[in-house]
Write a protein that binds this ligand. Structure first.
Ligand code: UT7
Length: 338
């Protein structure tokens, strides 16, 4: 039994900030950001929350799949930017959708999160533990961004993407994933819930000597860049070898959208043409665990995906974590070949 994607959806906030807007906040320029990252603008939440975006992306994915919320056995939300600690975002999405049968939980693995959500849902469905799953990546990274730090604020954006999976007969492709907690310092963000003004008297005060910056995302950009350029091609090759699939059989590599130069370097190292590496980070920036499902949804809705095509999904990020999964595109209501 395998898990096939039978519908996708996404939600993007309408409010945008382009590079010139960022250049009014920190010392940078449109030229520098475009050249070094490929990002031109990013979408930022106004009234939306991580949960509201997740629920909207989920509704669109369910509609695309022709699946009703009542059919869902599992709802997984991958996020590092949930609005609240409890309840988990997946339970809040369940409530908004009306999916009473679903088991719901969140998953936190930063930019590799959607890959791990897919793998987890795949393992559930493959083992007979349910038939229909909804996986979502949703992020309000603007809440975790230090808008005074030009090394990070140029990169990130907000949004959500979702996919509906069904247990179906078909080829099983095993995923490959890795983690290296020893390198966690490369990308960090301390929890703010102990001092963020929500205190009911039971919360600890923020230590006076802790600089504010630590409560926003902090990144050793070059270290993450080098890690990504080396480990992403490696893990993709591992997944291809493990499953006896050649790179020639892959139609698209759908990578986490962090930096255009990273995607180009991965393509070079794999010896594959850039045409196989769709890029949309110019419009959204880095949306962490939402980037892969947003891109997948765009490709689905643009009619770029065909039944039987093999795709590689690959993510990398904080933890450090990284991984690659091969999927075969099977059912796509908006683009089914008749
Ligand atoms: O989601 C997964 C996690 N994130 C990533 O994958 C991000 C990985 N890293 C990157 O994308 C890149 O490292 C960055 C885009 C963050 C930075 O690009 P870079 O080419 O590695 O720049 P750098 O840090 O080596 O800095 C080069 C220069 C420095 O000046 P000096 O020391 O050469 O005079 C920086 O101070 O550029 C300067 N700089 C900037 N200048 C204008 C750094 N940020 C900026 C900026 N605008 N925003």
């Amino acid at each position: 039994m395998t898990a096939t994607i039978c519908g996708t959806g996404s939600y993007i906030p309408s409010y945008t900030m382009d590079n010139n807007d960022i250049a009014r906040l920190v010392e940078t320029s449109d030229e520098w950001i475009r050249e070094r990252t490929g990002v031109i603008r990013r979408h930022i939440i106004r009234d939306e929350t991580t949960v509201s975006m997740a629920a909207e992306a989920a509704k669109r994915a369910l509609e695309d799949a022709g699946v009703s919320p009542e059919e869902l056995d599992l709802i997984l939300v991958s996020t590092i930017s949930s609005n609240v600690i409890l309840p988990c975002a997946a339970c809040e999405v369940q409530e908004r959708l009306g999916a009473p049968r679903a088991t719901c939980f969140d998953l936190s693995a930063a930019c590799t999160g959607f890959i791990l959500a897919y793998n987890t849902a795949f393992a559930y469905l493959n083992s007979g533990f349910g038939k229909t799953a909804l996986i979502i990546g949703s992020e309000s990274l603007s809440n975790l961004t230090n808008w005074k730090d030009r090394r990070t604020c140029i990169l990130f954006g907000d949004g959500a993407g979702a996919a509906v999976l069904r247990a179906e007969e078909g080829t099983v492709y095993l995923p490959v994933t890795h983690s290296d907690g020893r390198k966690g310092e490369a990308l960090t963000c301390k929890s703010r819930h102990d001092y963020n003004g929500l205190s009911d008297g039971h919360c600890r005060e923020r230590p006076q000597d802790t600089p504010d910056e630590e409560y926003y995302m902090q990144m050793d950009g070059q270290a993450v860049f080098k890690f990504a350029v080396k480990s992403v091609p490696e893990v993709i090759n591992e997944a291809l070898e493990l499953n006896h699939v050649s790179s020639g059989e892959i139609s698209y590599y759908i990578l986490h959208q962090a930096n255009r130069r990273i995607i180009e370097a991965v393509a070079r190292r794999l010896g594959e043409p850039m045409e196989k590496f769709p890029v949309n980070l110019q419009e959204y920036g880095n949306t962490s665990s939402a980037s892969i499902p947003i891109l997948l949804d765009e490709m689905n809705r643009e009619g770029k995906l065909r039944k039987g095509q093999k795709l590689v999904l690959a993510g990398f990020g904080a933890g450090l974590t990284w991984g690659a999964s091969i999927i075969e595109w099977h059912r796509c209501r908006t683009n089914e070949i008749k």
